[in-house]
Design a protein around this ligand. Structure first.
Ligand code: F6P
Length: 553
């Protein structure tokens, strides 16, 4: 008899659907993508999906119709659709924090009704969006003046994790849409060098700081915000009243914002049902909105919403988030893949994978289930990658000929961004040729016979052989517009959701970041004052002593 958890769901690895997938995997043996395409060339057309502007090609995966059916059975048995509906309904599916998970309400149309704790959250969302729009219009037009009457030329967002990665990533992604006469900088690291480099060439009279912190207690952000305030007041030779024109806050915590000295009128609110890593389409996106303007921001939200609706309403077999989530389960749990590469063929997506790292790894880097039992199965993968083609000349060697299976997403666009110089537009086909070539090489490789046919000396044949069989998803869109960015992010958000639901983990808490924070606070006095820290282990004690000895010099 299979072991049941208190909510009546069988342990994942004891479900018949799980066992069926294990057997199927055994039967597949060493199947090669070359063989799958020989047997079924039509898979190139059949294994594609169109979601909004996103074309997904998943034909280069080690799956057959049978695999997809069995994965679909697993999704049904684990109640993914039911949990999805509970999320959209506002149920408290973040069980360890007893919170609703309603980032989807941030991009819902104003006419929607979405309740958390019996209250419709949509009017509040729309109110903050309008307030953000008015403020960003004023900053962009120069109507919002600094303390000395100068217009704002540089916006510095100070935040970390979800209060940094989202706006920083989206600002890079949508650079072509940004106000080119303004500068935007993002400070996150508590390393003073980050703030130093961000402000060293700025005029405080023309600088606006946006302090982004859901909790407004995060030590890195509050420390940097305090240093920024000192820099501003010293630079302006002004007193506290100058803060009002140069500091705004994005937070859920009015009390702490006021305590810091920011007028609550200059605070843009969001709510505890928005997770930090799901928050850049909330007030946390203010820097982005100032950069791209409120209309483009709204277009981005519409892109998110389009994929939300796809995820909510499309049957699992044609649902892109289900599909990507299930493919990840297939490789992570049945092929022992440990990591997942995201390889955008767009310079503008240079921060995309870093953003996804938090989204995926903070959400699904868990080892107990929703009821607190240790899981026996692998959960979230290590997510990594950088834009092509740079990676090709660095780590792709391991992707092609290493011993590890690393499924990858290749993301590209048919059009280069609109304001590229004509000479550079011509380079776009070369960029995309690389994307297509990599997908082909990873999947089909090069056999020893093919290598020999090129006249390669026999002793070099093994070195020049490419085994292939490395699975990829290709995601193509016409262009990287605000809407397309929203569509992409929502797709990954929901993929992560599907996987967390199957693994039966809480994808919306992040207790794993707490211990390090507590210990850092405890260790700091040892560094600054040489204070004894009770309970410090011998290795760390020795390192602290070494640090102090080196620092004294
Ligand atoms: O420490 C992790 C974390 O809580 C993230 O989840 C969050 O995005 C980040 O810190 C920043 O938190 P806050 O927005 O409250 O400053």
């Amino acid at each position: 008899m299979s072991e049941m958890n208190p909510q009546g769901r069988s342990r994942l690895d004891q479900m018949p659907e799980w066992t069926a997938l294990s057997k199927h995997r055994e039967q597949m043996g060493e199947v090669h993508l070359r063989e799958l395409f020989e047997r079924d060339p039509a898979r190139a057309d059949r294994y594609t999906l169109q979601v909004g502007d996103l074309h997904l090609d998943y034909s280069k995966h080690l799956v057959t119709d049978e695999t997809l059916r069995l994965l679909g059975d697993l999704a049904a048995a684990t109640g993914v659709a039911e949990l999805r509906d509970a999320m959209f309904r506002g149920d408290k599916i973040n069980v360890t924090e007893q919170r609703s998970v309603l980032h989807t309400a941030l991009r819902a149309p104003g006419s929607a009704v979405i309740k958390s704790d019996g209250t419709d959250v949509v009017p509040g969302v729309q109110h903050v969006l309008t307030k953000m729009g008015t403020f960003s219009d004023r900053v962009r037009s120069g109507d919002w003046k600094g303390h000395t009457g100068k217009r704002i030329k540089t916006v510095v967002n100070i935040g970390i994790g979800g209060s940094d990665l989202g706006p920083a990533m989206a600002y890079e992604a949508l650079r072509a849409y940004t106000h080119r006469d303004m500068q935007f900088r993002f400070v996150s690291n508590v390393d003073g060098a980050d703030l130093h480099e961000a402000v060293r060439d700025l005029d405080p009279a023309e600088t606006l700081f946006i302090i982004a912190s859901k909790t407004f207690t995060t030590i890195e952000t509050i420390t940097n915000a305090t240093s920024a305030r000192n820099w501003l007041l010293t630079g302006l030779r002004a007193d506290e009243e100058a803060v009002a024109k140069h500091f705004v806050a994005l937070s859920t915590n009015t009390e702490k914002v006021t305590e810091f000295g920011i007028n609550p009128d200059n605070m843009f609110e969001f709510w505890d049902w928005v997770g930090g890593r799901y928050s850049y389409d909330s007030a946390i996106g203010l820097s982005l909105m100032i950069a791209i303007g409120k209309e483009h921001f709204r277009e981005m939200l519409a892109g998110f919403h389009l994929v939300d609706e796809h995820f909510r309403c499309t049957p699992p077999q044609e649902n892109a988030a289900f599909l990507l989530g299930l493919l990840g389960i297939w490789y992570g749990n049945f092929w022992d893949a440990q990591s997942h590469a995201v390889l955008p063929y767009s310079h503008y997506l240079s921060k995309f994978t870093a953003y996804l790292q938090q989204l995926d790894m903070e959400s699904n880097g868990k080892s107990v289930d929703r009821e607190g039992h240790r899981v026996n199965w692998q959960t979230g993968p290590v997510v990594w990658g950088t834009p092509g083609t740079n990676g090709q000349h660095a780590y792709y060697q391991l992707l092609h000929q290493g011993t590890k299976m690393i499924p990858a997403d290749l993301i590209g666009f048919a059009e280069p961004v609109a304001d590229l110089q004509p000479g550079l537009v011509a380079q776009h086909d070369l960029l995309m040729a690389n994307l297509f070539a990599q997908g082909q090489a990873l999947a089909f490789g090069k056999t020893p016979d093919e290598v020999r046919a090129e006249g390669v000396a026999e002793e070099l044949v093994p070195h020049k052989t490419f085994q292939g069989n490395r699975p990829t998803t290709t995601i193509l869109a016409k262009e990287l517009s605000p809407s397309v960015l929203g569509q992409l992010i929502a797709l990954y958000e929901h993929k992560v959701f599907v996987q967390g639901a199957i693994w039966n983990i809480d994808s919306f808490d992040q207790w794993g970041v707490e211990l390090g924070k507590v210990l850092a606070k405890r260790v700091e006095p040892a560094l600054t004052e040489g204070a004894a820290v009770p309970g410090l282990d011998p290795s760390t004690t020795a390192l602290v002593a070494k640090y102090r000895a080196l620092r004294a010099r």
